[in-house]
Design a binder for this molecule. Sequence first.
Ligand code: GBH
Length: 546
Amino acid sequence: MPSSRELHHEDESLGLCTAESLEEGFTMTPGVEKRRWSWKLLGALVAAPAVLLLGRHLGASSKAEVKADPLMATADWALSRDLTTDDNQKEDLIREAFSDPSFMWGCATSAYQVEGAWNEDGRTPSIWDKFTHAGRAFKGSNGDQACDYYHRWQEDLDRVAQYGFNTYRFSISWTRVFPMDDQKNMYPNEKGIQFYKNILHYLSKKGIRPLVTMFHWDLPEKLDWLDEEVVDYFVEYADFLLTTFQEVDWWSTFNEPWTFCTMGYALGLHAPGKQSKYLQYQCGHNVLRAHARVVDLFRRRHFRMGMKIGLVLNYDFPFPKDPENPHDVDAVQADAVKGVGWFADPVYKGDYPELLKESLGEHLPKFTEEEKNLLLQASNPIYNYYGLNTYSGRYVEAVKNHSTWTKQSFWKDGEPIGFPFIHAWLYKVPQEILLHLRWVNERYGPPSILITENGCSDPGNTEYEYTVNDWHRVGFFRDYLAKVAEARMEGIPVIGYTAWALIDNFEWADGYQRRFGITYNDFGNQKRTPKKSAEWFQGLLKRIQV
Ligand code: GBH
């Protein structure tokens, strides 16, 4: 991999990724560098309308070369959009809006997705070991080795530093540090603890702030989110973490309860693989109880000034399928209340939203008065932040003009809502992050918002050359960040942004077929290569002087 000096040298041409370079990501024609430079020069000289025309022309002339790509029809559509705005202006905007040196710039991983070493040094199995060993992930893949980060973490953290980030988000593997025996007793595991101690020590040496997730889906195999006892177990585990890792100031309890409850208990596509109509609400209920109790414990026993604890919620903000239809417009609100409000209303308002109560009736569990009070404490502005994960945009429509029965889709009139990275769910819609931030800010007024995940996979093509020259990802980050910049300028308290992910990793049910990293990983020999997007971040962060 290039040394930091090589990267530094190269980044001179990287901070400024033009529309054409993005286009090159799709065409893969040689001579990228030269054309990019001339484009840059041109861009500096001509006015916006001329740029636009030229861009269109370039887009059209490259059509023949990319015919073979099945994504071309839509890629062309997405590019014509990208070419209508000036990338340099976006980067100027980003630099201006994020000049505050205390802004947290980071990248992220999660334990099961990168660590491997699934049965080493006393780690006991989690529901994801069980699920993948039963062959439930893509092509029977699993996280047994993953990125072998358990043994290679140091070179990976060197990269976090080299790229210029001041923050690193990762999760702790519950059963590595606090395994469970056959009688369901949990006990500290020295070797597992040491692994994270080493990481924390190394990060502190490098001046990188750790942002630690207690739970990113790898539940001990013997537990189940449907049983109430899981709440006590989680509180005991969290108490152990807060006691053992006092060097950590920034915590989050859960990553994406919507996802692990819905995918794990309604759709059955994630561990533990159950399918049902309503069990996800039982899961969510126990997660919320556990969250409230852990924050209470944090407040009473572990809090020092400057410490933070939050919940990380995912959502992709929708657009009305027919903006002229008021029912579709209302459907957007209903969708957001059902998607975000399911978890955020209890934390910021002390109970589930009325809409959810009405539509689910007896299928939605109820909080006791005591639980409601405890939940409200979880959003105390002294330590609370809102952790926001977001990726895609969607259309929603009201079914039979009934705004609370919503249906989602990604296409309209034969066109996708944005460039499709994963047809099932990931489309590039930068505007959604702005609408999403506004909605969260207005409804909950959190003291601060931390964007804990944002990023994209490769759009189908996983060849090495294409994957490493990931201009599509540069374009994704740049466009979303420009929207976050707008949000900052509107006064929305976004205090950090951590890109998903530091490195290509085990993408849950999708196995290794989806690469979300800014660092390429060869899963055969575990050799890492920084992608263009990593170099782009490095250039950007150098200019902002993080
Ligand atoms: C995040 O989830 C996770 O936190 C992270 O671990 C993961 O690597 C990353 O995103 C990339 O996926 O398969 O059509 O049923 C993002 C939210 C919610 C997106 C569930 C995918 C499944 C859609 N995810 N969704 S589908």
